[in-house]
Design a binder for this molecule. Structure first.
Ligand code: AMP
Ligand code: MG
Length: 477
């Protein structure tokens, strides 16, 4: 029997079995006049929530579905390097559900009203950034990049006051968990001795159950998170994704991309690409993401020290031993991904030089990152902007015993034709602000098949028009 037919036991609540310091039970604050503007039908079916489909009262928090027991999670975090106590100031976890494949996911409302963690905030979210999170997270999923998912966006019918009055909204987010590096920072500093070991056991059971019985759970967890982040950041880099606000509270230990704020995809290749208005120093620039991830993981490792070994020096040695693997793991994923993007099946030592030369040339020629790869053609009918690099690549291809069709097939599976182009995202969100959801839905449909060779309107394949100003994103408030 589908679970949704028995809503009395739909949700499970393992998170609330953690020590009480980790959460505050609280209900969403009702909104005036909710209307569902996007509903993720396929995801709804996977979750088994068809009977609540498009129910604006449920997905705004006005009415609690089934046996939901909402709570706000406590966490801390380094924001742009500075440490702060945080927590869900505008989000409510409804509970967890277990999918048919056995995986457990959280369902969380974002923008659902004030909590004890709201500090000066109003607990609300604005329509545009919630639609942005929906669009980009679903695009990431279609690209095969681990991410939280988006189930629904509901307009609240209320006005939210930022620099100007804006339409309010609530997003329903689905995540492997909402455990963040910042959750561990909170656990290590909250003054409750049982908090950290309990959180470690919980996270391990949830994300790496095969190692849950290990002798030193903290070591296994550190290994898991370092490996998961190495894989994730490699995928961001391969896709040209800039998260924009890689604070430790925005890094999920599951290895999913989380907290879509000022994120965006790079158009022209440039490692210094920054979109976020608040990232003035380029801390979270495209090219800095691997080193920032390692910085965050080091903060994570620090929280685990007391659980790694009673002798501090030994604990530090253990932590460093794992952190040291990050670079190699990241680089391995990245190189494998780059070889696929260039249609390489075999491995040659000089491949890295070839890849480096292409990126260098793209930078110098201000080439569009996505298009360069998508249009790279082993049969060479159209002219490539760097003739000498192209000749080297062809020579390299000739050294592997494979027909051009096989090369092309591999490249097509690794090089998306469509990404959420900033100018298109902007246009779709502007229209949505005027209550026209058609451009948003059309863009979303195209983004669901980024590797398809099906014919799509040329506008989805192109970079920004020359008149499009340098793109600036604002934190998702
Ligand atoms: P974010 O920038 O979305 O990662 O949020 C950072 C912190 O600020 C988190 O603790 C959020 O819960 C909190 N926060 C962001 N916006 C609001 C808001 N409008 N009201 C209350 N808390 C907020
Ligand atoms: Mg956040």
């Amino acid at each position: 029997m589908p679970k949704s037919l028995n809503s009395d036991c739909f949700f499970e609540h393992t998170y609330s079995e953690l020590p009480e310091v980790f959460f505050e039970a609280c209900v969403p604050v009702p909104v005036a006049d909710p209307v569902c503007v996007v509903w993720n039908d396929a995801l709804g079916k996977t979750l088994g929530v068809e009977s609540w489909a498009e129910d604006a009262h449920i997905w705004s928090g006005n009415r609690l579905p089934g046996n939901a027991r909402p709570l706000a999670q406590a966490y801390a975090g380094h924001q742009f390097g500075g440490f702060t106590m945080l927590g869900d100031g505008r989000a409510h976890l409804l509970g967890e559900t277990v999918l048919t494949d056995g995986s457990r996911v959280d369902l969380q409302l974002k923008g659902s009203g004030r909590t004890v963690f709201s500090r000066g905030g109003d607990g609300r979210a604005v329509l545009e950034p919630m639609l942005r999170e929906y669009l980009i997270s679903e695009a990431m999923h279609a690209l095969g990049i681990p991410t939280t998912r988006s189930l629904a966006v509901v307009r609240t019918g209320e006005t939210v006051h930022r620099e100007r009055p804006l339409p309010g909204a609530v997003l329903t987010r689905v995540a492997a968990s909402h455990l963040r590096v910042g959750t561990f920072q909170y656990a290590a500093g909250c003054g409750e001795p049982e908090a950290l070991p309990a959180l470690i056991r919980y996270a391990l059971a949830r994300h790496s159950p095969q190692t849950a019985d290990a002798e030193t759970p903290a070591l296994e967890l550190l290994r898991f998170v370092v490996a998961a982040q190495a894989g994730l950041i490699a995928q961001w880099m391969l896709a040209g994704f800039v998260h924009g606000v890689m604070n430790t509270d925005n890094m999920a230990v599951s290895g999913e991309t989380i907290d879509y704020g000022p994120c965006a995809f790079m158009d022209r290749y440039d490692p210094e690409t920054v979109f976020s208005s608040i990232d003035r120093e380029g801390r979270y620039a495209y090219g800095n993401q691997p080193s920032i991830a390692l910085w965050n993981l080091s903060r994570f490792a620090e929280t685990l020290l007391t659980e790694l070994h009673p002798a501090e020096a030994k604990a530090i040695e253990m932590a460093e031993g794992v952190l040291k693997t990050f670079e190699g793991l990241f680089h391995g994923h990245w190189l494998k991904g780059m070889r696929a993007k260039l249609g390489l099946f075999t491995e040659e030592e000089a491949d890295e030089v070839l890849i480096g030369e292409l990126l260098e040339s793209m930078h110098r020629n201000q080439a569009d990152y996505t298009r360069t790869f998508a249009e790279l053609d082993p049969e060479g009918t159209n002219a490539f902007f760097d003739v000498s690099w192209y000749a080297k690549w062809r020579e390299r291809l000739a050294r592997q015993p494979l027909p051009p069709e096989a090369v092309l097939e591999r490249m097509r599976g690794a090089n998306p034709r469509v990404i959420p182009r900033n100018h298109l995202v902007e246009a779709a969100l502007n229209a949505a602000g005027e209550s026209d959801m058609a451009p948003f839905k059309e863009l979303l449909a195209v983004l669901r098949e980024p590797f398809s060779q099906k014919e799509v309107s040329e506008k989805y394949l192109q970079g920004p028009p020359t008149a499009f100003p340098p793109y600036v994103t604002y934190c998702g408030t």
